[in-house]
Design a binder for this molecule. Structure first.
Ligand SMILES: CC(=O)N[C@@H]([C@@H](O)[C@H](O)[C@H](O)CO)[C@@H](O)CC(=O)C(=O)O
Length: 320
C-alpha cells in the first residue's frame, strides 16, 4: 500500500528541465530553481520529467539524474515531488518507478504509452498496474493528456474500479479541456480520497468549480503567485476576484498561444522572469524566437506580471 502522505493539493509546477547551451541537462541550477518556486511563486509541489520537463526527450539515465536532483534539492523545502515515469517501454517505466521510490520521491505519474497504443481501458490499466507495482509504496497518478498521447480512453472510464486493480492509485492529472469527463471523474469518486489535478492552466477556475483539488501546469513556474491569488479568492468565495485573476492569466496565455506556445516558449519565459537560465529545448523542438520573447516580455509587463526591477540578467539566447 502507498504510505499515508498528505494529499497532493494546491499548485504543482510542471518543472522545466534546464539545459546547457550544448543541450546537456544542467543540474547546477536546480537548487536555485527550487528556491525561486518556493520564495517567489509560493509553489511547493512539483511534477518532474513531464511534458514541460521534456521527459520523453531525455534518456533514462538523464531522467534518473534530473529526478534525483529535484528530490535532493527540494528536501525540507518542497512539500511533494512527483516524478513522471511514463515511457513507451514497460521495463523502462518500471525502472524509473523503482528509482523514484529509492530516491524518496512522493509519488509517480504515468501517461498512456503512445506508439503501440492500448486499445481500451483494460489494456491501459494492465500497463499502469505493472508500473505501479514496481513502486508499491508510492502514490500513483494517471496522467491523462490525450491531445499529445493520442490515447482517447476517457478518464472517467479508466477510473471506474481502478483502485481494485491498482491499490496505490491516488489521483488523476487531467490535461484536457473536456470538463464533462473531468466532472464525472470527480462525481463518480466522491467517496474516495483521490486527488483531481487539473492541467489546463487557462481554465483552472472552471475546474475548481467542477471539484479540482489542485493543478499541475507549466505556467505555475512563473505565474504561480497570481494563480495562488486566484485560489485564495476562490477559497474565501470571492468569485468576482477569482474571475478577474483567471481572466488576467487568460489574457497572457491567449496572447502567447496566438504567437505559438509550447515547451520552448515556456523555457524562454521562465528564463526571462526568473533570471535562471533554462537553456534551449532539445530537438526536435527549436528555441523560441527573439520576436516571441520580446512580445511576451511586453505582455508580461503590461499585465503587471513583470516589472523592470524584476528583470534579471537571464541568458536570453534565441534563434535570431
Ligand atoms: C500541453 C501542455 O503542455 N499542457 C501544460 C499546461 O500547463 C499548458 O502549458 C498551459 O495550460 C498553457 O496552455 C500542462 O498540462 C503540462 C504538464 O503539466 C506537464 O508538463 O506535465
Amino acid at each position: 500500500m502507498a504510505s499515508q502522505k498528505k494529499n497532493l493539493q494546491g499548485l504543482v509546477a510542471a518543472t522545466i528541465t534546464p539545459m546547457t547551451e550544448h543541450g546537456e541537462i544542467n543540474l547546477s541550477v536546480i537548487g536555485q530553481y527550487v528556491d525561486y518556486l518556493v520564495e517567489k511563486q509560493g509553489v511547493k509541489n512539483i511534477f518532474v520529467n513531464g511534458t514541460t520537463g521534456e521527459g520523453l526527450s531525455l534518456s533514462i539515465s538523464e531522467r534518473r539524474q534530473v529526478a534525483e536532483e529535484w528530490v535532493t534539492k527540494g528536501r525540507n523545502k518542497l512539500d511533494q515531488v512527483v516524478i513522471h515515469v511514463g515511457a513507451l517501454s514497460l521495463k523502462e517505466s518500471q525502472e524509473l518507478a523503482k528509482h523514484a521510490a529509492e530516491i524518496g520521491a512522493d509519488g509517480i505519474a504515468v501517461i498512456a504509452p503512445f506508439f503501440l497504443k492500448p486499445q481500451n481501458k483494460d489494456d491501459l490499466t494492465a500497463f499502469l498496474k505493472e508500473v505501479a507495482a514496481a513502486a508499491p509504496a508510492l502514490p500513483f497518478y494517471y496522467y491523462h493528456i490525450p491531445a499529445l498521447t493520442g490515447v482517447k480512453i476517457r478518464a472517467e472510464e479508466l477510473l471506474d474500479g481502478i483502485q481494485e486493480k491498482i491499490p496505490t492509485f491516488q489521483g488523476l492529472k487531467f490535461s484536457d479541456t473536456d470538463l464533462l469527463d473531468f466532472g464525472q471523474c470527480v462525481d463518480q469518486n466522491r467517496q474516495r480520497q483521490f486527488a483531481f489535478l487539473f492541467g489546463v492552466d487557462e481554465q483552472l477556475l472552471s475546474a475548481l468549480v467542477m471539484g479540482a483539488t489542485g493543478a499541475v501546469g507549466s505556467t505555475y513556474n512563473y505565474l504561480g503567485k497570481k494563480t495562488n491569488q486566484m485560489l485564495e479568492a476562490y477559497e474565501r468565495k470571492d468569485f468576482s476576484s477569482a474571475l478577474n485573476d483567471q481572466f488576467c492569466i487568460q489574457r497572457f496565455i491567449n496572447f502567447v498561444i496566438k504567437l505559438g506556445f509550447g515547451v520552448s516558449q515556456t523555457k524562454a519565459i521562465m528564463t526571462l522572469v526568473s533570471g535562471i537560465p533554462m537553456g534551449p529545448p532539445r530537438l526536435p523542438l527549436q528555441r523560441a524566437s527573439k520576436e516571441f520573447i520580446d512580445n511576451a516580455e511586453a505582455k508580461l509587463k503590461s499585465l503587471g506580471f513583470l516589472s523592470f526591477t524584476d528583470l534579471k540578467n537571464g541568458n536570453l539566447e534565441t534563434s535570431s
